[in-house]
Design a protein around this ligand. Structure first.
Ligand SMILES: [Zn+2]
Length: 296
């Protein structure tokens, strides 16, 4: 659920030798780490994206042991140095090797029960959908580095000149909105109603949350962006199709951004530099809720 932290910026060339390097790493991951999908409805996950004619990248559902194996492969091949910081995430999308990784055994705060044990397999499927949504972007910019060129742009997210995250609000919002749309399309009961943030400042629909062991709703920062995107899609019925199309080509992406800019004057640009943190996403949501109020 977090974005990669990259340090270099350059042109969009991806040298052949590097393509081979990433292909090798990808093969090492898929050959050595068996995806643990038993009991998960992967056909429904794939079908969800196929209905939108979006591509689904390779998916590796794993556990803490699989993540350590992956870390070793990455270290040996000089890729994702600092993968440690991802070991605590439920999932991540690795754009260079086009693999979605989800930790099926992700532990909740108590370190006893897993996300799946408390919330069921549908919750794991939902987080796979979130990461796959990032991976549907067919557009990637590559930063060349002396050893490790890497992605400088994927979907709405870009690495800025000052090494800052650009567009994270839009990219995270899209992935989270897709997760919740997937949950809503299932036959599982999705909690209705609203919840209030611990700082008492924002209200979010419960459907964006997962439960902890005490059956208290927990949300991720990205969920705030997801709710904001849902509000915009509810206000403007044409937006969802534009967002979906934006994953498929550069001109569609530009078209989607222009559509948002003209529908709500300057909104895309004003929120693209929002920091991918609780406070950043909260401020962005509050701006969007004002738009919702004014259009009523
Ligand atoms: Zn994400």
């Amino acid at each position: 659920m977090k974005f990669h932290s990259f340090t270099e910026l350059g042109n969009l060339e991806f040298p052949n030798q590097m393509e081979r390097k990433y292909q090798k790493i990808k093969s090492l991951v898929t050959e050595n780490i068996q995806s643990q999908e038993r009991g998960l409805d992967m056909a429904r996950v794939r079908g969800f994206f196929e209905n939108y004619t979006l591509k689904v990248p390779e998916i590796v559902v794993t556990d803490y042991q699989g993540l350590s194996q992956m870390k070793k492969i990455f270290e040996e091949n000089n890729y994702m140095v600092g993968f440690d910081s991802y070991l605590n995430n439920i999932g991540t999308y690795l754009p260079e090797i086009e693999i979605v990784v989800v930790n099926r055994h992700h532990k909740l705060s108590s370190n006893i029960l897993t996300l799946e044990e408390v919330n069921g397999s549908i919750a794991v499927e939902g987080f796979i959908v979130h990461e796959v949504a990032h991976g549907t972007a067919s557009l990637c910019g590559f930063c060349p580095g002396p050893e490790t060129p890497h992605i400088s742009r994927t979907g709405f997210w870009e690495r800025g000149n000052q090494n800052e995250d650009i567009g994270a609000f839009w990219e995270e919002g899209f992935a989270e909105y897709m997760r919740v749309k997937f949950l809503e399309s299932s036959e599982t009961h999705i909690p209705q109603g609203m919840m209030i943030s611990p700082d008492d400042e924002i209200r979010l629909p419960l459907k964006f949350s997962v439960m902890n062991e005490l059956k208290e709703p927990q949300v991720f920062d990205s969920s705030i962006a997801g709710y904001a995107l849902e509000c915009l899609c509810n206000m403007e019925p044409l937006l969802l199709a534009k967002l979906i199309a934006s994953r498929k080509s550069e001109s569609n992406r530009d078209d989607c951004i222009n559509f948002i800019e003209s529908r709500w004057e300057g909104l895309y640009s004003s929120l693209k530099s929002v920091n991918p943190t609780y406070n950043g996403f909260k401020d962005a949501l509050q701006k969007i809720l004002i738009l919702v109020k004014n259009e009523k």
